[in-house]
Design a protein around this ligand. Sequence first.
Ligand code: AMP
Length: 524
Amino acid sequence: MQVPLLVDDFLRRSVLLYPNKTAVVDGELRFSYAELQARVNRLSHALLSLGVAQGDRVCILSPNSHFFLESFYATSQIGAVLVPLNYRLVAADHEYILNHAGVAVVLVDYEYTDVVDGIRGGLTSVRDFVVAQDAGNAPEGWQDWEALIAGEPDTAPAAIERDENDLVSINYTSGTTARPKGVMMTHRNCYVNAYSLIAHLRVAHDDVELWTLPMFHCNGWGGVYAITGMGGTHVVLRAVDGAEIFRLIEREKVTFACMAPTVLRTILDYPDKHRHNIATRPRFTVAGAPPPAAFIERLEAELGWEFLQIYGLTETAPLLTVSHPDHHTEVQDYQRRSRAGVPGIGVDLKVLDDDDNPVPQDGETVGEVCARSNVVFKGYWEQPEETAEAIRDGYFHTGDLAVWDEFNNIHIVDRKKDVIISGGENISSPDIEDVLYKHPAVLECAVIGVPHERWGETPKALVVQRDGAAATETELIAFCRDQMAHFKCPTSVEFRPELPRTATGKLQKFKLREPYWQGDRRVG
Ligand code: AMP
């Protein structure tokens, strides 16, 4: 008999095995697995009382919190579909997404009720507005989460017939030039991704995950399900802050965290990092953008913690490749370790040229990463054309360029849209950033292609300097020319106070390129 893969089974197992173990730590609050399940069940009943039916969309707009974790399980076990919103989007995007997804109920953190009140008049499908806060006093027009669940039973809601291909969430990608697209994730996608994470990142019952990654982002890369399924502990981090991160790692004996490279930088640059007594040697999984090689070196040399790299996308739940420290990889070869990964279990990867033919596995020829797997999403919500464009011949086309080598390592080169084509040569912008990050003055950098009369385009570096540093343009260009082929080196450098990033730490290079191209051929 075939049993459907349903993500809420992850919570049930841990309640059975570890009812009294701490499931979640949020500030001074702690809930055991039994308590977490009771809160989840109450919320499920409350949503049913609000008329949420199977297939209905329920949105959550919140920083990381125990409420957020509860919303994943409360919705999935009643067959509702969670729409986690990226809190960094502007109100107009929230309005677009809520209407596009036809959301019936919004669950909103107390800090974001004003944002939603500002767009209330334009919302076409939302019936109920619920505010998530630990102590009552909901603002006018809002129902209080705690009051809503207080009178509901803590027993499981009546079982309903479900299929593993039912939607568990719709995760909107942050649009660059276009409107956000709703990535439809099924139970099967998330379940298989969680297994893959458990296997490849060695998730176990004694793991304590610090939530350095926003939970809204692609089910926290699977941590919502993997850590819960193994009976580990979630330690919620509401906002990224070096002092708080070190305090929690020490106090809660954190063993595991997932993060974008920018968060790793915050951790590495935290001035008091050596004052903490940390005995757990946490495993840090870094992804979402190419991790600069210098960051891995510092993580290992300065903290002695373990670095793991995964690569993937929201559309792939997300794990596609995972770094694989084996005999082909020199421990010191940080650049390779920051870029290379082997396909995860159950992931069939191809690197295809523009005509969808596989490129040779020579470690040199660049092509697009394409994937076929149970983690590949069902499609974009109500966007069949975009879905057909993304999934062709059974393979999801990622929009990322890579080379693969004879040892089956996929090395990410760049996003297709960000690669710089200078004099017919493809230049990987992360390669140049990697070199710049070795310079002591460089706090942050982004390399983009700008127009060039002779070469078509040429690399330009935008650099944020460390406090007190005063490197010059000539010095940074010379630094690059010392270490890499000259045609790849930036021909100009500009200093900036900050660089635009998404909530998940991705550089928004299209924003940086815009002023230089002004209606010219470069987009995206
Ligand atoms: P998202 O859907 O927001 O998770 O973004 C996915 C994109 O992030 C991918 O298409 C890549 O361009 C980038 N990305 C994710 N992980 C990595 C990684 N390990 N190295 C380089 N780029 C990455």
